[in-house]
Ligand binder design. Structure first.
Ligand SMILES: NC(=O)c1ccc[n+]([C@@H]2O[C@H](COP(=O)([O-])OP(=O)(O)OC[C@H]3O[C@@H](n4cnc5c(N)ncnc54)[C@H](OP(=O)(O)O)[C@@H]3O)[C@@H](O)[C@H]2O)c1
Length: 268
């Protein structure tokens, strides 16, 4: 995946909020995922962490066989310390390999098109973690490799080991701590998938976005997403929602264009 190959559709869907129980909520969650696909979403983001694989299973139940052009990406590297234990970063190679095998089974895939390392585990050498993903790629279980919550330095170290196709860091117009990482991705043509792209809904009530929304006829949340698309050509936001209405609103933001002045006002 390069930013060029993602250029046609640029807003994805973060599936983390989809409930898997009880049965009625599960059916609604499947309908949300199917609506995203009907609307042509290019990428759906999940993770082993989201329910210990339950979120991956839900997506497969809702969407398999997957339509051409839909990329389902998952993340590995956070594991439970025991059956009822707590979730901790765990980048040990055997854990990464096992979570990939579980994801292949749960997602009903022969190959994971984009596998992301959820976090760099500080207790394990970065080279061992990224090297394991490279080996999985050589075995054909994974195609592209991405990282999440990394610094520019970690990104550079990883790129010395294997090609990195994407980075997923927390980023939105109100929270720009990872600006240097975004710039590094842009320079290298690496897709940047900001998580928390609508600031967990807070962009909807932000006065700057609301003012631009009034000018453009869009909603404030759509303006926040349009701001991200305007910010960089490598940007592919993955807003999360469990509601069809919000999904429709978010994906329609792709059609909202900001002037440079509107962009500047929202980014202050
Ligand atoms: N890599 C990582 O470490 C990491 C961490 C967290 C999340 N993620 C991924 O990133 C995705 C997005 O991140 P996020 O969920 O933390 O943040 P987000 O997308 O900024 O916010 C999601 C929240 O905003 C609400 N929302 C969404 N669209 C809305 C709209 N149009 N109007 C009003 N409220 C709206 C949703 O509530 P409703 O359900 O009510 O719409 C949901 O509670 C996740 O789904 C997950 O796939 C990755």
């Amino acid at each position: 995946m390069t930013s060029t190959s993602l250029a046609v559709r640029r807003i994805g869907f973060g599936a983390m909020h989809l409930p898997t129980t009880p049965a009625a909520a599960r059916e609604n969650a499947k309908a949300v995922a199917r609506r995203a696909v009907e609307l042509g979403v290019p990428l759906i983001d999940t993770a082993h962490l989201y329910g210990g694989g339950a979120n991956e299973e839900l997506l497969a139940e809702a969407l398999h066989p997957y339509p051409d052009g839909l990329l389902i990406t998952t993340k590995v590297g956070v594991a439970r310390t025991g059956p009822d234990g707590e979730w901790r970063l765990d980048g040990r190679p055997d854990v990464l390999r096992d979570q990939v095998d579980q994801a292949l089974r749960r997602l009903r895939l022969d190959r994971i098109e984009l596998l992301q390392l959820h976090r760099i585990d500080p207790e394990i050498p970065l080279a061992d973690q990224v090297g394991t993903l490279r080996d999985l790629r050589e075995q054909g279980k994974v195609n592209l490799i991405g990282l999440s919550e990394v610094t520019v330095e970690q990104l550079d170290q990883a790129r010395d080991i294997v090609e990195i196709a994407s980075v997923q860091n927390r980023y939105n117009a109100l929270d720009r701590e990872h600006e240097p990482v975004l710039d590094a991705c842009e320079r290298a043509g690496i897709a940047f998938l900001p998580w928390r792209p609508v600031a967990a809904g807070a962009t909807g009530t932000n006065p700057a976005f609301a003012a631009v929304a009034a000018e453009t006829g869009a909603t404030a949340t759509q303006v926040a997403l349009a701001w991200l698309l305007h910010r960089s050509p490598v940007m592919l936001p993955i807003p999360g929602t469990a509601r069809i209405g919000h999904m429709e609103e978010n994906l329609a933001a792709e059609r909202v264009r900001l002037t440079e002045a509107q962009f500047q006002r929202c980014g202050r």
